[in-house]
Every structure is written in structure tokens, then in C-alpha cells.
Design a protein around this ligand. Structure first.
Ligand SMILES: O=C(O)CCC(=O)C(=O)O
Ligand SMILES: [Fe+2]
Length: 356
């Protein structure tokens, strides 16, 4: 069992953004410039920020019917929600943030000791760079598998700061509990037993991505992370401080998510969209940069084992008399094919679309 650690298609090597900004804060190379249409064409929906649903995890845990209905609506209408009363202590959240910030402040050569190897996407570097002429994201990233623990490749976990591993472990263990609770509630609102979704995963695989967004003098011209939906079942995100950066697609525009302090931001991923035959939508999101402040975000992806076949749940097709919108596909094939594609909104979910 211990030898079968998954690896993922690697990304092309591109410049370190943090270093670029350190050397010349005014320089924004052409490779990072977005077209104006992409940045400005959509309606400004920032006034909708306050309407992003808020879910109380302690109520969900008690099986509160009203809260389950709220969750159902949040997954249908927004695909994103904030979770409060999750029970993750603020010192655990802060521990992860401090240790990560300390890692990113290390000299480049120290960080490069765990740079992504040529055959994997885990480690320090950039993700989803698949062609030399693609527009690049204004960010650097650190990616690692955390659970099940025998999936860990500790060679690419930061050795410095010393407390990094413990902080990551403490945070991830807590998030696993939150995810199990959320997946239990999702099972219920999808008309199944509470433990069905977890069972379907065979093993709940948990991967972590720490995003580092340096400031950019012209934030209106670059993106921290390109629009995409996550290939996960669910993603739980937390962010550093009060710098807003995350924006979600809603009603044809972009809505900034203003994080409630210490709340966790959850989004529905492609797997849930596929399983629910489109009833719940994995929503496109992106991150913008800030003119003067660095932002860090911490995304935890919960996914099934590679061998698990995902496809619309039969009871969700049968009861509604609707056609399956997606075909059955092994999760491992889905995620690996998507990683060979440039982030382009939700284009990669086509991999699982049923033929008409
Ligand atoms: O930084 C953010 O808020 C978004 C990060 C994200 O979408 C991701 O890592 O998949
Ligand atoms: Fe994402």
C-alpha cells in the first residue's frame, strides 16, 4: 500500500512571481497581461457579496432541517458558501497561516529545495501551465497531498520552518472533520444515507494548495489565478487577513467573496456536479491581486480515490426522468486529463459530458 503514492501531470516551468516583484515591483511582463474584455466586460456585482450564503456547521451536525434546506439552496444557486461554527480553533488556523507565510518569506533557493519535480505537480512552483504562450497567473503555489497519510511525499513538504509539518497536520485533521460533516449533509440532501458520499470515495483524499499572490501595481491587468472550477468533490478555503481576492461567477458577473473572519469558504467541485447530474453546480472562480498587499490563500481539495468511477447517481436520474448529462469516468482519468488543459473556466468538465 505504502508505495502507491499518486503523482500528477507536471506543469511547465515559469518565472517565480514573488521574486519578479521583489526585483522590480513595476514590471508586469507581457505574459501576464489579460485582455481588457476579460477583465472588464462583465457587470459589476460586488453589491451581491453580502448575499453569499452562510451555513452554520453546528446546526448541520445536529441534523437541523432548515439548515439542510439552506445548504441545498446554497449548492443550487451559488455553489459557494461560508461556514461558521465549524469548531476549528483560531490558533489552528493561525498556526497554518504563520507557518506558510514564514515558508514563503524564505530565500528562493531555500524554497526551491522542494520545487515541483519534473514528473509531478506536488511541491513549490506553478500549476496548470501547459503551453508556452498561455497567459500566466500572478502567483506562486505550494501543493501537497495530505491524506490518506501514506499518500504524502514528504520530500516536497517544507522542512523550514520547522513547525510547518505540525501546523499543516493540525489544520488538515480539523478540516477533514469539517469535510466529513459537510459530505454527510450533502449525502442527506442528495437523498442518500449520511455516510453514502464518504463511502463512494473509498478513501477521502485530501490535497492542499497554498497560493501566494504578491502585490501587483496594475491589478486590473493581471489575475492571481485564472477562472476555473475545482476538480474536487468539495473545496474548503481559508485566507490570510482581510485582503479580498476571491471572486465567483454568478449571474453572468463576478462577485467578490468577503470572508467573515475565521469562517471557512466552501465550494462545490466538479465531482459533486457530476454525481448530482448538474443539480449542484461547480462554480467558476478566480482570484484578483491587490495593488499593495500580498495575499495568501489555503485551498483544501477533497477528492475520491483515482480508481473510483464517478457519474450521475442513478436515483437522481431515475426519479426525475432526466437524461444523464455526464458519463461514467474514473476520477483519476478525469483529474489527469483536466491537468493537461489550461485553466479555462469550466471547459474541462467536457471530459465527463455524456455524448448526445
Ligand atoms: O485564492 C483564492 O481565493 C482561490 C484559490 C483557488 O481557487 C484554488 O486554489 O483552487
Ligand atoms: Fe479553485
Amino acid at each position: 500500500m505504502g508505495d502507491n503514492k499518486p503523482t500528477y501531470p507536471p506543469s511547465l516551468q515559469v518565472p517565480n512571481v514573488q521574486e519578479m516583484v521583489l526585483k522590480d515591483p513595476l514590471k508586469v511582463p507581457e505574459r501576464y497581461l489579460r485582455n481588457e474584455k476579460e477583465m472588464h466586460a462583465r457587470p459589476d456585482l460586488s453589491h451581491l457579496s453580502s448575499q453569499v450564503p452562510v451555513i452554520d456547521l453546528s446546526l448541520l451536525s445536529n441534523g437541523d432541517k432548515e439548515e439542510l434546506l439552506k445548504l441545498d439552496l446554497a449548492c443550487k444557486e451559488w455553489g459557494f458558501f461560508q461556514v461558521v461554527n465549524h469548531g476549528v480553533e483560531s490558533k489552528v488556523l493561525q498556526g497554518l497561516k504563520d507557518a506558510s507565510a514564514e515558508f514563503f518569506e524564505l530565500p528562493l533557493e531555500e524554497k526551491n529545495k522542494i520545487s515541483m519535480p519534473p514528473n509531478d505537480i506536488q511541491g513549490y512552483g506553478h500549476a496548470y501551465v501547459v503551453s508556452e504562450d498561455q497567459i500566466l497567473d500572478w502567483s506562486d503555489t505550494l501543493i501537497m497531498l495530505v491524506y490518506p497519510s501514506w499518500f504524502r511525499n514528504l520530500d516536497i513538504w517544507p522542512a523550514k520552518p520547522q513547525r510547518f509539518k505540525d501546523s499543516m497536520e493540525a489544520y488538515s485533521t480539523e478540516l477533514k472533520r469539517v469535510a466529513m460533516e459537510l459530505l454527510g449533509s450533502l449525502s442527506l440532501i442528495m437523498g442518500m444515507e449520511k455516510d453514502s458520499l464518504i463511502g463512494l470515495h473509498k478513501e477521502l483524499v485530501q490535497a492542499m494548495r497554498v497560493n501566494y499572490y504578491p502585490p501587483c501595481q496594475t491589478p486590473e491587468k493581471v489575475l492571481g489565478i485564472s477562472p476555473h472550477s475545482d476538480t474536487s468533490t468539495i473545496t474548503i478555503l481559508t485566507q490570510d487577513g482581510d485582503v479580498t481576492g476571491l471572486q465567483i461567477r454568478h449571474q453572468g458577473g463576478w462577485v467578490p467573496v468577503k470572508a467573515i473572519p475565521n469562517a471557512l469558504i466552501v465550494n462545490v467541485g466538479d465531482v459533486t456536479e457530476i454525481l448530482s447530474n448538474g443539480m449542484y453546480k461547480s462554480v467558476e472562480h478566480r482570484a484578483v491581486t491587490n495593488e499593495s498587499k500580498t495575499r495568501l490563500s489555503y485551498a483544501t481539495f477533497f477528492v475520491p480515490l483515482d480508481e473510483v468511477e464517478i457519474g450521475p447517481l442513478s436515483h437522481l436520474i431515475d426519479t426525475k426522468g432526466s437524461l444523464p448529462l455526464y458519463k461514467k469516468i474514473k476520477y483519476g482519468d478525469y483529474v489527469r486529463t483536466s491537468m493537461k488543459m489550461e485553466h479555462d473556466g469550466k471547459a474541462h468538465i467536457q471530459i465527463a459530458k455524456a455524448q448526445d
